[in-house]
Design a protein around this ligand. Sequence first.
Ligand SMILES: Nc1ncnc2c1ncn2[C@@H]1O[C@H](COP(=O)(O)OP(=O)(O)OP(=O)(O)O)[C@@H](O)[C@H]1O
Ligand SMILES: [Mg+2]
Length: 219
Amino acid sequence: MPIIALCSSKGGVGKTTTSLALALGLARGGHSVCLLEADPNAPLAQWLANAGEQENLALHSGLTEMSIVKAVKKASEAYDYIIIDTEGSGNAATGKAVAMSDLCLLPLSGTRLEAEQVIKTIGLIEDTEIMQKRQIPFRIIFVRTGNFATKEFKFIAQSFAAAGWPVMEQGLKERAAYTAMFQYSVSLFALNNIDVAKADAAKAEATAFAAAVKKICEE
Ligand SMILES: Nc1ncnc2c1ncn2[C@@H]1O[C@H](COP(=O)(O)OP(=O)(O)OP(=O)(O)O)[C@@H](O)[C@H]1O
Ligand SMILES: [Mg+2]
């Protein structure tokens, strides 16, 4: 079953938030999802410990470069989707996650600094493709974006297009509802517009994002 890795060589770009929104969106759609956490800070384990059991969603945390390969293999035999959240340092566990992946998702907001890190991560994917003699599909995702495209954002999007790198049309905007999942330790789908502004818009966006990722996995 599809193994999806959220990767970036830079910390704090939105991997964990995007992993959880994607996992919840797929689980909500009736798919069994296993989140694999390869980050010693374990934000997802903390989230689940407080949020409580979630329908169609399992989590295996505490993965290291020594344990990640076998954990991914085992999960891939039991769940519809495997989503790996890596640590933002481009370490050995990240390299192994990329090597095991059917799809790598590379999140960034529209800043040049993050774009340079995306290019570095694409380099890691390309090296892995050479070593494994296979293509590793990847998609760049814009996250934490505002309602209006800045000049910097447009320049980066054009540069990616010119390089022939695929950018997902469906990204995730900067929304309080995504932050609130961690703030209150709840599922995105348990939030409503009274708890947090535009919760419904975030739920619709995460659902569309999960559907778009599903479609890529089926291509
Ligand atoms: N779509 C979004 N809307 C609003 N806030 C977001 C969004 N995505 C991420 N954030 C916020 O940005 C910050 C970094 O996000 P996150 O922890 O997901 O990044 P990360 O890449 O997993 O970081 P690390 O490398 O430290 O693991 C957090 O404060 C998070 O709440
Ligand atoms: Mg993280």
